[in-house]
Design a protein around this ligand. Sequence first.
Ligand code: SAH
Ligand code: SF4
Ligand code: F3S
Length: 476
Amino acid sequence: MVILAPMPGHKVHIKCFGCQMNKLDTALVTTALMDAGFSLTAGVKDADVVLINTCSVREHAEARVLSHLGHLKHLKRQKPNLIVAVMGCMAQRLGDKLLAHEAVNVVCGPTEIPRLVDLIGEALERNAKQLAITPEIRRENESHSASLERFESAYGRDGVDDGSVPGQAFVRVMRGCNNFCTYCIVPHVRGPEVCRSPQAIVEQVRKLAEQRVKQVTFLGQTVNAYKYRAGEKTYCLADLLSLASQVEGIEWLRFVTSYPSAEYYDEILAVMASSEKVCPYLHIPAQSGSDRVLHAMNRHYTAAQYLELLNRARDAVPGIALAGDFIVGFPGETDEDFEATVKLVRQAQYRNCFIFKYSPRPGTAADRWHQDSVPAEVKQRRNVELLAVQEQISDVLSRQFQGQTVRVLVEGPSKKAHVNPTDGADNPQLVGRTSGDHIVVFNGPLSLAGRFADVHITRTSPLTLFGTLAPAPALR
Ligand code: SAH
Ligand code: SF4
Ligand code: F3S
């Protein structure tokens, strides 16, 4: 690897698509770029480098990036020295096809991010195209893992504006995925599952706490399957949560995403029930309510087993907030299969649910074996119907908060703040989340961002609670 001298003065504009994994990768790379002397710019026009972190999970996610690259192609005709770097899952999936795009100078897969700063440096120096993707990504490679680990564990944020929400940080506990759900591109672009050591994870949590981080979210594609053998002991997610909850300064711990499996489940629920720091929230995607479709998706549970897991969660952690994901229009999904999904959603009583239309991903088993047989309009109708069922449930659950006072971790100004007139610049509309991940909108001073506040709920909608700052906000 060529280590280049720091490059002071270069301005980089960063745009991030995709899931929390990508947000974390963006934060890591931003920190590395700052260390190398780059500065951030909010505008594309005055940037020397545009860096885009990309997602491949559905075709639509890729289409958004391609349209962005289309704009950059025009901009580059006026600014030929502009360097465009594409990182993330789409970089790994498309590799040199993406590099062939007129706008693109650097393509770097998610498992190659430790090299990204050098690649950008080389591109700036020589204006030559640079490609870094992992060949045979499914093969475990220890030196590769070690380099990712070194890159990741150096992450301490240290005052860098890395795009994170104030007071919050993500910590990866495992990379990759071994599940191969038949519709999913993730194992093909993020490689095999590798769990990080508990020591490295807890050390990182400690560093983040020193940076006034109050909430840490553990990330893994199947985070509840975390397993790490050290001598006689095998650590599971419950152990990580217990260890991290002893770190002074950390007030809330979350973890996403959970796979519906019984392994370590009771242990995780027990630590959630007993520790005030572990948020009573479980994101546990079902994907479908039809056993036939679940089998075709290579999901290893039935709808009945899934519901049993939810019941166990509710028994162990009263008041727990549950969230799910569903795919509608998987190949061969009949009206009957879809009705089974609707039934499951009604029974599950999720606080919130994310619903996606099936999108065939090249190279996945579902795409190789099946026609994308459900017509677009049927997918659309099922999507709308399922959303409506969930909205009703969310509405009823939200109303229970009317008149209550809830504690939130404040994120910052609400996105709609500039549309909704607020009562003064000193008291803008803020947004925060409860430990159960309910979104709460209220007016208060900006200085609350990254802190806890108590909010009295005066109005509710299916997805948002509205309220006023309680008289004596508990500032911590
Ligand atoms: N690892 C997580 C989530 C991975 S992707 C998990 O297993 O739960 C996030 C969500 O995108 C999935 O839960 C699924 O609902 C959806 N998804 C993944 N691939 C998809 C595809 N090809 N078409 C539509 N939705 C998809
Ligand atoms: Fe994709 Fe399934 Fe792995 Fe989740 S568990 S990342 S849906 S293959
Ligand atoms: Fe995440 Fe999208 Fe990759 S969901 S893991 S950024 S394909």
